[in-house]
Design a protein around this ligand. Sequence first.
Ligand code: HEC
Length: 217
Amino acid sequence: MSKYVPFILFVAVAGFCSSLAVADEAAFDKIEPILMDHCYDCHGDGMGKGDFEMDNFETVAEHLDNFDVWYEIWKNVRSNLMPPAHKTQLKTEEREKVLAFIESKVFKIDHENPDPGRVTIRRMNREEYRYTVKDLLDVDFPAYDVLPADDTGYGFDTIGDVLSISPLLMEKYLEAAERVVKKGVPTNGPEIVEWWPNLDSFKDTRSGDWGGELDAF
Ligand code: HEC
């Protein structure tokens, strides 16, 4: 029995793949007439204006693998650059169909179930660290002296992916934290101010002579 398992698996996987390919072909068959009407005059049937051919493929699967070609088509259709202005333009729903086809079948974007990707947990860069410390503890911390310059990505120093923490940098941050705490948090509890009034100021400076006024009571 077990010797059949690989075979059954193979048939199942092959069947799954070919049903995907069939679905792709069916989707392409709906789109191709739009491209034939509006593009192939100049980019098909042997025409390659702008060095761009759109029907130069053996199988639909191979065609859909050609990311660069479809990306160019997507850009030009989306921005209304093609067909050229003097030619009949795509109707809005035709344009939307072509774009949706490219997005789902070539770019593999699933509109129903979008995948936003992962979010990188990020640390502050030293500039952000400095200002946060200032806001929270009112300590003007010399971040530029203590922490090394942050790495940049795409020209920015706020990209989570490049703001990594090496063991050495971790030590720097611990050192920074100690310095900040030393400056920002008082270690000798609150001071109670003592003050004594001058007791002499309450004394009656007149001599012991009360002039008999007390007699009235
Ligand atoms: C009347 C002829 C004509 C039709 C129809 C036409 N194009 Fe073009 N296309 C051109 C010419 C000419 C160029 C080259 C000129 C240029 O690069 O500006 C070009 C260039 C392109 C390029 C290459 C642009 C680049 O940046 O290299 C793409 C992609 C393209 N067309 C896509 C399309 C698509 C998609 C359609 C149909 C929706 C279409 N074209 C319909 C004439 C046409």
